[in-house]
Design a protein around this ligand. Structure first.
Ligand code: ADP
Ligand code: ASP
Ligand code: MG
Length: 470
């Protein structure tokens, strides 16, 4: 059967939740799905603000925002649930979570320190709340379904804020807890994004992690498909918020989708693809507002891919904003060994991940997240050479399996960008992407130029579809 994951906007309002319930109910006609939900859109951000306000001693602000979280969910219940008794029961459940939030905020304000561990406790409330409301509404509408606290199943390591599952334990838990419910015909509704370490402390998988939860659970259940329901018609030729002409891509290979996600396409969490590849499960990215649109199928299965061959070069364009270029220049590099290892040792010590890199005889340029370009990091790098930082840049990457085989791509990319100031260029080692760095204010111009270079004239292609409703 399928695991169906609904993202924040797909469960953010009563209308969206109702739509998601209808999609699940339709699926139930052909089997019993596992439903994985995100927090309602905007709620995780608000929980982070509550935690930060408490950590900075602004308790009043934290409590006001907690009240907004309560109100959002109480309002959802009022719109979705008709039984007075059930409304009251849900108000009680919502209150338990929000009171927990308030207590956490008060505790953090007293201690004066916000740790990653407490941040995860704050953040977990969003998914716990959304699933509580959703499961109750679904049940009231006559569907056999059960809410499950995924922290009984998703047992992770201790990396708060970026936890990863201990797979053997999770797989056994999935077989022991979720499988029997599904086999008895009960739809299971549970949380994405959150888990628990072996000591029972709440963890999270990192922002956008519900996609990963769904893929993992789908793999542990040996499901037939992993469905990611979101607010756009699948994976598109670029972020449709940036280029309105973006098309939805009917099929992609696992490597294309993984590359695109790592390079910044927010529609999928970057780690979503690995569990699907491991068990060879197709991933569908679908629009909960247009459930009949075809969306995107991600697979390596030649049978599923048949009739969808594509001989164009580029499948999609990804953008990652909020980056910085770090340029380290040193004569010590010239003809000497060991410099790179010293350089990477600094990034390792500061736990900063390097995205793009390009080197010459006397200088190295790399990109990192702008927020991690801290003064201590720059000082440590200065011991190796002259350091220059360029803030507010973005990486733009074109991705496609066919880039591996084709000549002349770089030429087309760079001639289409003649009006844009390129700060750095890099061909990915995977050979299926070519990336470059531009100032953030040039991103839209760069992506629009690339989009028209590679996708205008593709309107007739079977693999690109005009999004529904456009
Ligand atoms: P969800 O809450 O459902 O997880 P996200 O906001 O995380 O949804 O991801 C969906 C968003 O990703 C879209 O609204 C879109 O703006 C953005 N996006 C970025 N790149 C792409 C792309 N290549 N294709 C589709 N959407 C993209
Ligand atoms: N609610 C979490 C977030 O906003 C996880 C998710 O939506 O995937 O990051
Ligand atoms: Mg997401």
């Amino acid at each position: 059967m399928a695991v169906m994951k609904f993202g924040g906007t797909s469960v953010g309002t009563a209308r969206a939740m109702q739509q998601a319930i209808a999609i699940v109910a339709e699926k139930r006609k052909s089997g019993v799905p596992l439903v994985v939900l995100s927090a309602c859109s905007g709620i995780t951000n608000k929980l982070i603000q509550i935690a930060e306000a408490a950590g900075a001693g602004r308790l009043e602000e934290a409590l006001l925002k907690a009240a907004e979280v309560r109100k959002h969910h109480i309002d959802l219940v009022a719109e979705l649930v008709s039984s007075q008794e059930l409304r009251q029961e849900l108000a009680g459940k919502i209150d338990v979570y929000v009171t927990h939030l308030e207590m956490l905020a008060k505790g953090i304000e007293i201690v004066g320190e916000l740790t990653e561990r407490s941040m995860d406790s704050f953040c977990s409330c969003g998914e716990l709340l959304s699933t509580t409301v959703f499961a109750a509404a679904m049940k009231e509408q006559g569907h056999q379904c059960q809410w499950l606290d995924v922290r009984q199943v998703m047992i992770t390591d201790d990396r708060f804020g970026f936890a990863r599952p201990i797979e053997e334990i999770c797989e056994a838990n999935t077989a022991g807890i979720i499988r029997p419910l599904l086999d008895s015909g009960v739809i299971v509704v549970t949380q994405g994004y959150i888990g628990s370490n072996t000591a029972g402390k709440t963890t999270t998988l990192g922002r956008g992690g519900s996609d990963l939860s769904a893929a993992l659970l789908g793999a542990w259940l040996h499901d037939d498909s992993i469905e990611i329901w979101t607010d756009v018609d699948g994976v598109m030729t670029c972020d449709p918020r940036m280029v309105p002409e973006a098309r939805s891509i009917r099929v992609m290979t696992f490597s294309e989708a993984a590359e695109l996600a790592y390079l910044g396409a927010k529609v999928l969490h970057p780690d979503t693809i690995a569990p699907a590849v491991k068990k060879n499960i197709p991933v569908y990215v679908l629009n909960s507002w247009h459930p009949d649109a075809k969306g995107t199928l991600i697979t390596d299965d030649p049978e599923l891919l048949s009739g969808m061959s594509y001989d164009g070069l580029v499948k999609s364009i990804a953008v990652k904003k909020g980056q910085a270029i770090v340029n380290v220049r040193s004569n010590r590099m010239f003809g000497r060994h060991g410099f790179m290892s010293e350089l990477f040792d600094v990034f390792e010590r500061f736990s900063v991940s390097v995205e793009m890199i390009s080197t010459s005889e006397v200088s190295v340029s790399l990109t990192i997240e702008d927020s991690s370009a801290s003064e201590p990091l720059i000082q440590a790098l200065s011991a190796l050479g002259e350091v220059e930082i360029e803030h507010n840049v973005a990486t733009v990457s074109v991705v496609g399996d066919n880039l591996r085989l084709s000549k002349g791509v770089a030429g087309r990319i760079f001639s289409s960008l003649h009006n844009v100031n390129l700060r750095m260029i890099s061909q990915g080692a995977s050979e299926i992407n070519v990336g470059f760095v531009v100032e953030e204010h040039d991103v839209t111009a760069a992506v629009s130029a690339l989009h028209s270079e590679f996708f205008s004239g593709q309107e007739g292609s079977a693999i690109f579809e005009k999004p529904a409703g456009r």
